[in-house]
Every structure is written in C-alpha cells, then in structure tokens.
Design a protein around this ligand. Sequence first.
Ligand code: NAD
Length: 511
Amino acid sequence: MSTVEAAATIEVRNPADGSVVGRVRDHAAAEVDEAVRALRRHQPAWEALTVRERAEWLMRLQDWLVDHTAALTDVVQSETGKSRVDAEIEVPCAIDLARYWARNAEAFLADERPRPHSPIGQTKRLVRTFRPYPVVGIITPWNLPLMNPCFDAFAALLAVAAVLVKPSEVTPLSAVELARGWAEIGAPPVFSVLTGGGDTGRAVVEAVDYVQFTGSTRTGRAIAVACGQRLIPYSLELGGKDPAIVLADADVDRAAAGIVYGGLFNSGQACISVERVYVEAPVYDRFVASLVEQVRGLRQGHDDRGFRVDIGAMATQAQREIVRRHVEEAVAAGARIAVGGKATDVGVFFEPTVLLDVDHSMACMTEETFGPIIPVVCVADEDEAVRLANDSVYGLSATVWTGDRRRGERVARRLEVGAVNINDAYANLQNYALPMGGWKQSGIGARWGGAAGMRKYCRQQAITVPRGPMLRREPLWYPASRLCSRLVTTLMRMVDARGRRRLPIRLRDTE
Ligand code: NAD
C-alpha cells in the first residue's frame, strides 16, 4: 500500500441529503511543516516581483474564478447543503475582493515618508516600509467555504506573504478548488491548501509566522494562547450574538424583511447573523406580525441548482443540536414559538423559527446559536434596547432600523460592536474600505479596512537616513561633555515645553 493510500482521509458529505461528495487528506503535522518549509523557500521570489506583477497573478486567479463560477458554486453547495441563492454569492464576493486588493496593493504598501515630529529631527529623512511576515497561516470555518479563505488569503498574498490555508474539515472542497485554480493559472507556488482537522490547524499555528483565524471563540482563545507561546502575531474573527434594534419610526415591513434575511441567510450560519431582536413597544405587534408572515412564507429544502428554495440545510448535526437546545430550553422557560421550531427529519435541516416572550436568562439570547432562529423582545424605548444589545460577551456587529438616519447613526455609536448596519443587514461585509472585526469576545484585530487590512500581514520597518552634511561626531557621543549634554537637553526643552518652562533654568530663576 502506498503512503497516500495509507494516509488518513476525511469524507465530505452533503448535509442536505447525506451523500458523499468528496474525500480529502487529513494532513499530519509533519506534512504541515514540509508545506511551510516549501512556502518559505518560494516566498523570496514572490517578494522579488513587482507589486504589479503580483497583482496580475491575483487578477488571473480572478479570471479563473469568473470562468469557473458555476462549477465552484456547485462545490460550495454540495459540501454545505445551502440553498443556491446563498451559495451563488460566494464566488462574486471573491471576485470583488480580488479586484479590491489588486487595484490598491501598490498604494497600500508604498513606503511612507513621515515628517520628523520635532525641528531637532530635521537632520534625518524618515522612511517607513512594510515587509511581510513570510508565511501566513489562514484557518477557516465551514460556513462560507470559498469566501472565507478568499477573505484573508488575497490580502496576505498581495502583502507579499506566502499563504497556507487550513479549511474546515467539514467543508474543505471549495478551498481545494481555490488551490487548484492557483496552480492551473501557473502562479508561483506561494499559495497552498492543506486539509485536515483541529490537529492540522494546531500544526499550522506552530509553523507559520502569522495566524489569521476565523471560527469559534473557544478555538480562537486556544490559538491566541499558542501564538502567545510562540510570540507570533495573530488576528481572530470569532463568534457573535448580533442584535437588531427596531425603533418605532422604522419602516416595519422593510425591517422585518431585512431581519429575515439577516437572521436566516445561510440558515443563520453567518458570523454576523441577526441573533436577537429588540423592538420598541409602539411597533412591536406590527413588526412581529410582519416577521412571522414573512418567515412562514419561506421555502426550505434541497434543490440543487434551482431557486425554488430560500433556506437550505445546516452544515452539521452538531450545529443543529445547538439550535434545537436553544429552542427547547427557551420554550421550557416560557418562550413561545410563533413559527417553525423543529428539526426536520430528512437531511440536516431546522425550520426557520421565530421565538417570542424570550429574555436574557435564556441561552437563545446570550449564547451564539449560529442557526435559523430569530428571538424577539419588546422594549420600552431606545435606551432599553441599547442596554440589552450591549449586555453580551460578544460584540461583532448590529443592525439598527429607523426612519431617521441621524438617529440610527447616534444609536450605532452607543453600541459596543465592531460594525453597525443601518436599515440593512450584511452591508459592512461588502464594503472592504471599512474594517471587519469584532469587539469583546468576537475577536482581536480586523480584516480589510483599506491599507490596514494589508499592512497587518507586514512587519513595519523604520529607517532613518541623514540629511545634509554630517558632524564628525554627534553631540552625545562619547567622551561625555557637559557642554554638549546641556546644549542638547536645553534645546529639547525649548522645543517641547510650554511657556517660561522652555527657558534655561538659570534664566527662569533670575526673571
Ligand atoms: P471552529 O472554531 O470549530 O473551527 C474553525 C477552524 O479551526 C477549523 O478549520 C478547525 O479545524 C480549526 N481548529 C479547530 N481546533 C483548532 C486548534 N486548536 N488550533 C488550530 N485550528 C483549530 O469553528 P467552526 O465551527 O468551524 O465555525 C463556526 C464559528 O465560526 C462560529 O462561532 C462563527 O461565529 C465563527 N465565524 C466567525 C466569522 C467572523 O468573521 N467573525 C466568520 C465566520 C464564522
């Protein structure tokens, strides 16, 4: 038997119907080490290219993505069981991101020449450069199997790093396709995908120079500890419990429609899903009526390439069990199911569900559900809504629904979250000029957000270069001289201090 045949594999199933749709290697730590060594060898040649040449490789990958959109969407759908409408957005988002980084890389990575902060510093020319962490490891979850690796890999590649992606063991096939695309266009071997489970992920953390992680808060914490031991930097995009606030002046039907999409896109398995809703009392009844009617009208099921289905399957049985527990515990504690509420028996589905009469003693209001349920609470006013929205260990994003955009912005600034969409859901996810990052236990660092989203993969180097003629020796160089020391310190005080404190002490005393 060959080594490859003997090696461990992972079977990938479509959760909508249980069929086996692929099989990948479960890579061992030694293979991760070998892959990282290879990436390290190839990274200098990648760094030797011009920014434009590297951007051109990314645009060729973009061409490949465009040319293979339908086939890639099939792969996404097959390993997640999601509806076609939810699957179809993944490739276009990757295409959009590729263009964003390719167009901006040159400006984002250009040297900076800041002015010295003080007149004394005028003797130097200052340069700030951005040099990559040579190998960036990207570890991704199962909810958006193509988008998740692209979210971070494109920026890291154009930041001149070599990149190793470790996709979720639940949905590894889309990332494998991405690596196939990179190889097919003939790009330099600085992008690899290694499949495997948690142990493979751990080996990645042990081998790379920077870790970009997206996944649960629990795993994120373990990765932070491991990175801390190695003293390497990391960025964590973690879980959430995103609130929606519906104010009394909102367009209630639009708010309900937006919250249906925000809460149920991808069967609720999105980090920025709406996970709890606070509605001002005057519009509570109307909002709930509209929400329930719209959720009741949703079509759920398995419809390969068609659009007869709105909501698809959940990715794993384990995730569905969390949803079931949240609903059952809430009902046992007095909550009411307005629509949905059950797991269905074929495939891994859970009915789109609206829960009423809920409160913060229930897991469905405090723990991340990551499933298709929308719990709704009636609040007295904006202050109560803000207080409850902020009463969470998470702080990923939020939505605010109001007829007054200024008021929406005011409320947004009171929320302890990394992003707020006003009268919309998911808008921040498609605006790469803004950072996407969680506060509190939802993460550390951020992706995108202009130059910062690329520079985070770089080490900054400060260079000082003399300007003009140089002295034979600088005033503070040895041997020690009282005159030179006093000259320098007096000059510094004259520049930096305020009012008469600028004067030499002797002059001040005789004033
Ligand atoms: P997870 O934490 O279980 O796994 C994520 C990845 O980490 C997988 O590839 C897994 O194999 C790997 N992994 C597991 N243990 C590891 C370890 N000790 N060291 C290194 N890697 C390890 O998360 P999941 O269940 O796949 O995804 C769902 C979670 O992802 C949810 O909490 C969701 O909120 C979060 N998520 C966050 C964002 C965001 O941008 N904030 C986006 C999507 C999903």
